[in-house]
Design a protein around this ligand. Structure first.
Ligand SMILES: NC(=O)c1ccc[n+]([C@@H]2O[C@H](COP(=O)([O-])OP(=O)(O)OC[C@H]3O[C@@H](n4cnc5c(N)ncnc54)[C@H](OP(=O)(O)O)[C@@H]3O)[C@@H](O)[C@H]2O)c1
Length: 285
């Protein structure tokens, strides 16, 4: 039997999710505010209204811009959600995901929150992952749909956990990218192209990424004084700040990293290992 699924939102990511579900054999109905983006998709049914799309299937996937746009679309048609399984893969904060889960249940819908760890071109491929939390029943029953998009992982019944995980991983990604751009700006002052710098940065960052496993173990054991760790005094990025200034490069990013390190050194922990920097985050929370 063909399974039906409806999608609200056919922007860049929504369209990729639609195409992957469609290719997996789902009978797909789509609705998008700008109708032209929905009608451009092949092999799907087009709904005139969001309510029509919701009524067309028991499973409704929402992929809109943000939390406000999700409420803008769903609030007027909330009564149509009763008995439906709502999968929201719009990026939101954990609190927003929890709010939407409670809201959906009040209207008789079951709710699964998803964070898509991929860009649209990756959807359906081996590197894409969908992080999920909320309704275990939806997760288990809709695994084939989720796996049409990529790997999937379930983080428990708290609807906010997937968003927390998603945004924590994106924090790592964005600061790594920012670090690359900072370095590219530095060597750019010597006439080195960003492409040439990237060729050196890729193997270096890949090699350094291997350190996070040891950092994780150190943090969990609170073993900042353990043998073999590079000390905070040694890791103080003052030379990076100074070289950036010499080159006339904006120091916002490296100043922020240095502040996190100095917070621990000034508290008397300079001989401890670099992983102690996590205390600068958790103490600020
Ligand atoms: N693109 C990525 O690489 C990526 C990766 C991971 C997660 N995501 C997440 O996926 C979600 C969608 O991203 P996207 O890349 O598909 O963005 P997008 O191409 O900009 O599409 C945004 C979608 O939201 C709709 N929308 C925005 N405001 C609306 C409103 N007030 N009322 C009704 N519809 C509204 C747009 O409708 P119109 O077409 O009518 O404007 C469109 O369908 C976001 O939460 C994003 O963070 C994206």
């Amino acid at each position: 039997m063909t399974s039906s699924v409806s999608f609200l939102g056919t922007g860049a990511m929504g369209s990729a999710l639609v195409a992957a579900a469609s290719a997996r054999g789902y009978a797909v109905t789509v609705w998008n505010r700008d109708h032209a983006k929905a009608t451009a998709l092949e092999g799907v049914s087009i709904a005139d209204t969001a309510a029509d799309a919701i009524r067309a299937a028991g499973v409704v996937v929402v992929c809109l811009l943000d939390h406000a746009s999700v409420h803008a679309v769903l609030d007027p048609v909330a009564d149509a959600l009763a008995g439906r399984r709502l999968i929201n893969v719009t990026t939101t904060t954990p609190a927003e995901a929890r709010e939407l889960a409670v809201w959906a249940v009040n209207y008789g819908a079951d709710y699964l929150d998803g964070g898509v760890l991929a860009v649209p071109q990756m959807i359906g491929g081996p590197a894409a992952e969908v992080l999920c939390s909320g309704s275990a029943e939806i997760f288990e029953a809709q695994l084939p749909l989720l796996e049409s998009w990529g790997r999937s992982a379930y983080f428990g019944p708290d609807a906010g956990t997937a968003a927390l995980y998603d945004l924590a991983l994106l924090a790592g990604m964005y600061t790594m990218f920012a670090g690359f751009f900072h370095g590219a700006a530095m060597v750019g002052t010597a006439g080195v192209s960003a492409t040439e710098f990237a060729a050196r940065a890729i193997p270096w960052l890949q090699a350094m990424a291997g350190s996070v496993g040891a950092f994780g173990a150190t943090v969990d054991a609170c073993d900042y004084g353990g043998a073999g760790q590079q000390s905070l005094n040694f890791s103080d990025p003052r030379y990076i700040v100074a070289a950036s200034r010499e080159a006339g490069v904006n120091t916002d990013l490296v100043d922020a990293v240095r502040r996190l390190v100095l917070t621990q050194i000034e508290a008397g922990h300079g001989a401890d290992g670099f992983a102690r920097v996590i205390e600068s985050f958790t103490e600020a929370a």
